[in-house]
Design a binder for this molecule. Structure first.
Ligand code: ATP
Length: 309
């Protein structure tokens, strides 16, 4: 199976509001609340693609119960570590009239040392039953920046390949453990290497540098521009068709789910990124983050070209 690890799981709540204004009362016309966090989005897409998947990480309090029961409703297996406090609520206020999207993100629980030990045991156990473990998203308060590196090492020792989709210090430290695949976006790779990348040539140089450090797949997603993907020493351009994007939030997570699915199926390096990009674009066609349909993925996949850069 695939295991996804979401250390700062959330309830993603979206309010639709007419003419949202600061310092005024606004009436909510539509509301959706779903389990969220990047790893949970990966799990949702992997399940929609037909893969066996278990979502893990930390949950806390009433919000944690909501996350678990929401995953039950969606038929997504989960095995979370319960911690004191309250899982975070991430609130998005959509104003269709003004076309604005305002986000309020809670910090989530503070993780204590004993909870970290429990999580490490859990990751070891799940990795022993997994081909791939995907680590996605930010580290909650209380977690050392080295946590992803430790978890990646544990997963590999238990027999699973590790995928890392993080940013900032968590990504930089996580690289030390040599995950199989990383999927930074443009901003994340620039921050990681600490130098500007003003052209695709610069990005390709960054990808080559990271591959030389020993990371086999370095996929830089470029939103509507597709991706530049490095695998086994070669850099490729992934050109995607134009689509009418509805909501691209979570497209990176869908891309990770697609790439892991394709790796499990033993597809070629070029088809791994092609399928990943198709899932990312298919996600952008849906209102909810982390949702794709097989029809969209298949159709977009056929229109994607992957060429040597
Ligand atoms: P997130 O953090 O929201 O998950 P990300 O920044 O990690 O996203 P993106 O680069 O936005 O990831 O998107 C990943 C992939 O999804 C892209 O490589 C592309 O294939 C697809 N995609 C994203 N946005 C669009 C869009 N507007 N139109 C078409 N495809 C898109």
């Amino acid at each position: 199976m695939i295991t996804t690890v979401t250390l700062n799981a959330a309830i993603d709540k979206t309010y639709s509001v007419k003419s949202f204004e600061m310092d005024r009362v606004s009436r909510v016309t539509d509301m959706i609340a779903v389990p969220g966090g990047k790893g949970i989005n990966v799990a949702r897409v992997a399940r929609l693609l037909g893969e066996p998947v278990t979502a893990a990480g930390f949950v806390a309090g009433f919000n944690g119960q909501f996350i678990r029961s929401g995953l039950d409703t969606e038929g997504i297996s989960h095995d979370f570590t319960e911690v004191p406090g309250e899982s975070r609520l991430c609130l998005t206020v959509l104003d269709a009239d003004n076309g604005t999207q305002t986000e309020l993100l809670e910090p989530g629980p503070v993780i204590a040392e004993n909870s970290l030990l429990t999580l490490k045991e859990k990751v070891k156990e799940l990795a022993g039953r997994s081909t791939h473990v995907c680590f996605s998203g930010s580290l909650p308060l209380g977690c050392p920046p080295s946590l992803y590196a430790e978890l990646i090492t544990l997963a590999r020792e238990a027999g699973a390949e590790a995928v890392l989709d993080a940013s900032g210090d968590a990504l930089a430290a996580g690289l030390e453990a040599m995950p199989l695949l990383i999927k930074p976006n443009e901003h994340e790779i620039v921050r990681l290497l600490g130098r500007p990348a003003s052209s695709d040539d610069d990005l390709a140089a960054c990808i080559r540098e990271l591959m030389q450090r020993g990371i086999r797949h370095v996929v830089v997603s470029l939103g509507a521009r597709g991706a530049l993907a490095g695998s086994s020493g070669r850099v490729r351009r992934v050109a995607i068709p134009a689509i009418r994007a509805v909501n691209p939030v979570g497209s990176g997570d869908a891309m990770v789910a697609g790439m892991v699915t394709a790796l499990r199926q033993g597809r070629s390096d070029a088809d791994v990124v092609r399928f990943g990009a198709a899932c990312g674009s298919a996600n952008a066609l849906q209102k909810q983050a982390g949702v794709v349909t097989d029809e969209d993925v298949e159709r977009i996949f056929r229109d994607i070209t992957v060429t040597d850069y």
